[in-house]
Every structure is written in C-alpha cells, then in structure tokens.
Design a protein around this ligand. Structure first.
Ligand code: SAM
Length: 288
C-alpha cells in the first residue's frame, strides 16, 4: 500500500469510516517525496530514535521507521488507531501513543521509550497548534533536532532576520533556543484535503545555551513581547507597559539611548543581542 496515494488513502480511510477533522488540522500528505525528504533531513539513523507528532495514517512514520532504531508517534485522534494498525502492520519498531502533544511529558516519553539514545523530533504539524507545539518540543530539552512542516508564512517568521518584515517576537524566541533553517517548500496541492496555504519544512537545532548571555530571561522576554506587541510604535512607547511604572517615560528613552540606539528606533530593528543589552541595562536601572 502506498500511504501517499490518494486512491489508497480514500480506500483505507473509507473502510474504517474515518472522516477528516478540520479542527484537528488533519491535512494528510499525498506526495511521497515529502515524508521521504523530511525523514532524510531530520538526522535520524539506526543509532538513534524518532519522536513524531501527529502520524495521521502513517506516511512519515513509515519513512522514519525505515531509518531509525525506534519510532514513537503521539496521535490525539483515537479514530486513527485502527487505521494505523493496518497501514503500519509491517513495521515492528513503531509505537503509537494516544495523547495531546501540548499536555504530555515529552521528556518522560522519550526516556521511557528510548532510554538514553539520541532522539530526533519530526512532524507535519497541525496548523492550529504550530506555535505551542514547537514551544513544547523546544522546551522538552531532549531533541537533537526538531524538523517540522508548518505554514510557509510561519516558517518565514521563524527564520526571519532582525529588521525584516517577517521578524517577530517568535523569531527572537526561536533564535534564543535554536539555530533555525528553512529546508524546502511544500505546495498546498501535496495534501488531502487541500489547505488554503502553502507549507515549508523547518529544521531547528537546539543550541544548548542562548547565542549571547542574557542576565534575566524573564525580563528579556517581557521586553521583547512588549516591543512587538505594539510594533507600529517606537520602542520607547512600546516599552511603557513593561517599564513605565519603574523607569518612567524619560527613563525609558534614556535607557534606549544609553544602549546606543536612536531614541525613535522601533523594536523590530533590534537583534537578540540588542535585546540582551537592553535587558541588562534595564535590570541595573530598575534596581537603583
Ligand atoms: N503525519 C500525517 C501526514 O503528514 O500525512 C498527518 C499530519 S496532519 C497535518 C496532523 C496530525 O496531527 C493529525 O493526524 C491529527 O490528528 C494530529 N493532531 C492534531 N492535534 C494533535 C495534538 N494536540 N497532539 C497530537 N496529535 C495531534
């Protein structure tokens, strides 16, 4: 059976009375080159294991099983279990776990299923949980690499450099934890049902430690969030919500110019290193 062949997909799903759920982001791949290329580029091999989120009917799971020692796939929709039992019947190194990727203990599952083996995360992520799912995978702090398919615009935001139109608080968040790269685009006609947007595959390699030292992580992300929460405002105005009570308007402008930035600069022009500098000086001023 070809798990990306549209006729095979319809036949198997029909036999099990399965109906696609839009609310669970169920768009299954119908182009065999895509799961093969994701599995090829995710880094997994016979000496390592793969954790997949959302196997659907198993096209990526099967490709991972051919390359990895073991595969564990977390699927929320119980209706897919009888389907997966049939489609993955020949693969004896796959375990499917029922659960919600946003609620389960990913580090605990990896330890239980794979012991101390290196683990690579892979997914064709459902659109509705892209950001929290990537956050969960990154903060689990157990993956050698995280290779995920997401909406193309999200992939561009993840990898956007400072000052570019797609640059966002999420770009900085990702850059803090990982080295991100867009691997390839996947057009919308590679899925059933066909989504309204194109996709792209992104690979995140966790850094272990941030690219520059950050003295106070909580304050750093508060400032980033405030700056991008009102990105049409100058940085000085946008930081009012975070620092207005302690530093006042004049103090914020002073802070910005003391960091070496123009008083009228916008937050989207600052790099991760610039925010680290801003955080350090803000912490000192707040303690005075
Ligand atoms: N991997 C398959 C493919 O590429 O054809 C299916 C990908 S489909 C975009 C997303 C899959 O994630 C679906 O199987 C869906 O049921 C599952 N899913 C949705 N929400 C989930 C969640 N919170 N936790 C785990 N799996 C979820």
């Amino acid at each position: 059976m070809d798990l990306c062949n549209i006729d095979d997909i319809r036949r198997v799903l029909g036999r099990h009375g399965f109906r696609f759920s839009k609310s669970l982001g169920q768009n299954f791949l119908t182009a065999a080159w895509v799961p093969a290329q994701i599995a090829d580029s995710c880094g997994v091999d016979r000496d390592s294991c793969a954790l997949e989120v959302g196997p659907g009917m198993g096209c990526l799971t099967e490709q991972l099983s051919r390359r990895a020692d073991k595969v564990c796939a977390i699927e929320l929709d119980r209706n897919l279990f009888p389907v997966l039992e049939e489609t993955l019947a020949g693969c004896d190194n796959i375990e499917i776990v029922q659960g919600d990727v946003l609620k389960c203990d990913l580090a605990g599952i990896c330890q239980e299923k794979f012991g101390d083996a290196p683990v690579y995360a892979c997914a064709n992520l459902p659109y509705y949980i892209t950001t929290p799912a990537i956050t969960a995978l990154l903060t689990a702090n157990v993956f050698r690499a995280i290779t995920v398919m997401v909406q193309k615009e999200v992939a561009q935001r993840i990898c956007a450099p400072a000052g570019s139109p797609d640059y966002s608080a999420f770009s900085i968040y990702i850059d803090y934890y990982a080295d991100a790269e867009i691997l390839f685009d996947v057009p919308r006609d590679c899925f059933v049902p066909q989504p309204k947007v194109d996709s792209a595959v992104v690979r995140l390699i966790p850094r272990g430690k941030p690219p520059v030292p950050v003295c106070n992580e909580k304050l750093f992300f508060t400032l980033v969030k405030a700056a991008f929460g009102q990105r049409r405002k100058t940085l000085a105005n946008a930081l009012q919500s975070a620092l207005g009570n302690t530093l006042g308007k004049a103090g914020i402008v002073q802070l910005i110019t003391d960091c070496g930035f123009d008083a009228r600069i916008r937050g989207e022009k600052l790099s991760l290193a610039d925010y680290a500098k801003l955080t350090e000086l803000a912490e000192q001023r707040m303690a005075q």
